[in-house]
Design a protein around this ligand. Structure first.
Ligand SMILES: C[S@@+](CC[C@H](N)C(=O)[O-])C[C@H]1O[C@@H](n2cnc3c(N)ncnc32)[C@H](O)[C@@H]1O
Length: 248
């Protein structure tokens, strides 16, 4: 229904950003935050999957922290996957789409990550189902990004106003924690959900691209992330423990 009203927007930013930036040695704060959540909670060996891995920066970081694990990354962009393969030849990278099938084999993983991806999509039911299907019994799914604490799902489109030929772009949809919980609880798994708020620990200055977030000082938060679409960029991490599948 929603799709008929608003066609899925394009997402052009990621290739431009990730092919021109190198955060391998300077990992994102959210990566450190997520690794901290897993510290002491994993066995020493196993398998991890990063869905929407871009050029593999999270995998590069986690490989150092959890050297006994093997890693797989998937991304819808062939050029980002190519860069990941060149940078981290020891791990496996596959071009695939989370909206349809995340990963062709029926392989299962101890931990599955999906960081900053679901805000690009106009629906989360199919992707969440696909993500859960990759998690082993007693494994963990970690989803990070923007979530709305109010029970309101937000689809947004933006357009650089000075670029007359620009299409309407996507990347900042904000589904509610309510919808995440409703969808996950409707799936045939015994799950435990835990939400954690992430706060940027330092100032980020506004750059030339107003759709790259920066921080402003508010009464609540000295480093409140915002973007050029008038949004407060409040990042959360959803940790889903998949205790077992209820039906085959
Ligand atoms: C904002 S980037 C986040 C990259 C990385 N997870 C991070 O946190 O740095 C979103 C990534 O999701 C990928 N992506 C977008 N739609 C996808 C889809 N339907 N299936 C798989 N990957 C997708 C994009 O190509 C891009 O690399």
């Amino acid at each position: 229904m929603v799709k008929k009203i608003i066609p899925q927007g394009e997402r052009l930013a990621d290739k431009a950003i990730y092919l021109h930036e190198d955060r391998y040695e300077g990992p994102k704060e959210i990566f450190k935050f997520i690794a901290g959540m897993l510290d002491g909670k994993l066995s020493t060996t196993g398998k991890m999957l990063d869905v929407g891995c871009a050029t593999g920066e999270l995998i590069f970081f986690l490989k150092k922290k959890f050297p006994g694990f093997s890693f797989t990354g998937i991304d819808v962009s062939e050029s980002l996957i190519q860069r990941a393969k060149e940078k981290i030849p020891s791990e496996k990278f596959v071009c695939s789409d989370i909206l349809t099938k995340p990963f062709k084999s029926r392989e299962k993983f101890d931990v599955v990550f999906c960081i900053g991806v679901l805000s690009i999509l106009d629906e989360i039911d199919a992707p969440l189902k696909n993500l859960l299907s990759c998690v082993k019994g007693d494994g963990t799914l970690i989803v990070a990004g923007m979530f709305n604490d109010e029970p309101i799902d937000v689809l947004m489109r933006y357009k650089p106003a000075a670029e007359e030929s620009s299409k309407w772009l996507t990347g900042w949809n904000t589904f509610s924690t309510y919808s995440y919980e409703r969808i996950l609880k409707s799936m045939p798994y015994d799950l435990e959900l835990e939400w954690s708020g992430f706060r940027m620990p330092y100032q980020i200055k506004k750059g030339p691209d107003p759709m790259r977030s920066w921080t402003i000082k508010t009464g609540e938060n000295p480093f409140q992330q915002v973007n050029g679409a008038c949004q407060l960029v409040n990042i959360k991490v959803l940790r889903v423990r998949v205790k077992r599948k209820l039906r085959p």
